[in-house]
Design a protein around this ligand. Structure first.
Ligand code: NAD
Ligand code: ZN
Length: 360
């Protein structure tokens, strides 16, 4: 459960949980019209379960197909979604269900936030990243040609239903990319959770369902707790940005073409761990544990290009900068975080140079 007063909502994690979406939605007392927003791959693989469950509970279902991945997050696609909602007769009591990865969730959430000034919205995340991160917290957005997630809103879902069984069809790189956010949650929020991931890395990589269920539920609890404390990202939620300052800069400096998001975050975590060690904020062992786990999960911990200068310049353009200062989240020890503003660019540059020489 994420407790946000009148905007509170349950997060349900369970293998086979998708089959219960109709009954769960009926229990919320929403209108009987629904639209499921999804991409053709996800719909072909897992769509019938969702559609049948909704129809069995008496809902009418309109399927809205959107392009795969980031290409869904455009104004043109949102406009087509509004058109299709209107054509299907969706009113203020109707529900939009986002069925897919984080991109589908962001787009469908944006459509739900804006159609008739906001209609009920349900997250049915189908990637690991979306299950442990993107589907929780109500941040919804489309991209601007010049900046990702520039146009958006806060619109909390009424329900999040994460079914780990759908992850069995997820391509390996996408799965591992989601694990970077799992590791991040452990590092900055919960040492026991981190140790659980450490102890069960082989089962996680084998996508053992009971293990995934526990790990995903743990991450959802951690992220939910942060969202409760800081719904609109005033301060506390910044801890979730661990690994993302350098991660985003790596993505931006390579035009989002070289790494999946979680891979860039993995490198960002290594950079943050090295910076913390260099500044005396954390000891070497704290860095080593982070690097060892990322490596064990098949995530990158070293890289060859772009040059450190280009990355440092991209960091300076970070949209979280305040008065020209870029906040860095550091982990003094596993399970704790600290926001630091005045990290000298040469420290960042030299840490990145070390990573390029093969130091994890
Ligand atoms: N709103 C937030 O708080 C938040 C947080 C983090 C990320 N995001 C956003 O999430 C997006 C990235 O999401 P993502 O990593 O989930 O990737 P994605 O949504 O781009 O999906 C990646 C690919 O996986 C495929 N796919 C999805 N589920 C599948 C399944 N079960 N089996 C097989 N294939 C499947 C999709 O068809 C797609 O091609 C970005 O747009 C990012 O901005 C949002
Ligand atoms: Zn992330």
């Amino acid at each position: 459960m994420v407790n946000l007063g009148p905007r509170s909502y349950p997060i349900l994690v369970g293998a086979g949980a998708l089959r219960s979406v109709g009954a769960r939605l009926a229990a919320l007392g929403v209108g009987r019209r629904t639209a499921v927003v999804s991409d053709p791959s996800v719909m072909a693989l897992h769509g019938p379960t969702v559609v049948e469950s909704l129809r069995a509970s008496g809902f009418s279902v309109t399927e809205i197909r959107v392009p795969e991945g980031e290409t869904a997050k455009t104004l043109a696609v949102a406009e087509r979604c509004w058109d299709e909602c209107l054509a299907a007769g969706l009113d203020r009591t109707s529900t939009l269900l986002a069925f897919g990865g984080g991109a589908v969730g962001d787009l469908a959430g944006f459509v739900a936030a804006t159609y008739m000034r906001g209609i009920p919205f349900v997250q049915l995340p189908t990637t690991l990243l979306a299950q442990v991160d993107a589907s929780i917290g109500g941040k919804v957005a489309i991209d601007h040609p010049r900046a990702k997630n520039l146009v958006g809103a806060f619109h909390q879902p009424r329900l999040v239903l994460a079914d780990p069984a759908v992850l069995t069809t997820l391509p390996d790189p996408e799965f591992r990319s989601g694990l970077a956010e799992v590791v991040k949650h452990g590092i900055v929020l919960d040492a026991a959770y981190f140790a659980d991931v450490e102890a069960h890395a082989p089962e996680i990589l084998a996508r053992d369902l009971p293990t995934l269920e526990r790990i995903i539920a743990g991450s959802c609890r951690l992220k939910g707790r942060i969202v409760e404390a800081d719904e609109r990202e005033g301060g506390l939620r910044a801890a979730l940005n661990y690994g993302h300052t350098v991660g985003h800069a790596l993505e931006a400096a390579t035009s989002f073409s070289k790494w999946l998001h979680g891979e860039a975050v993995s490198l960002g975590i290594v950079a943050a761990a090295r910076i913390a060690e260099r500044l005396g904020v954390a000891d070497a062992q704290t860095r080593e544990r982070q690097v060892r786990l990322l490596r064990q999960l098949g995530l990158p911990v070293t890289f060859a290009a772009p040059p450190p200068d280009a990355i440092v310049q991209a960091i300076a353009r970070d949209k979280k900068a305040r008065d020209g200062k870029v906040p860095f989240v550091l982990a003094p020890r596993i399970g704790e975080s600290r926001l630091v503003f005045d990290i000298p660019a040469d420290v960042v540059g030299s840490v990145l140079a070390e990573m390029q020489k093969g130091a994890g």
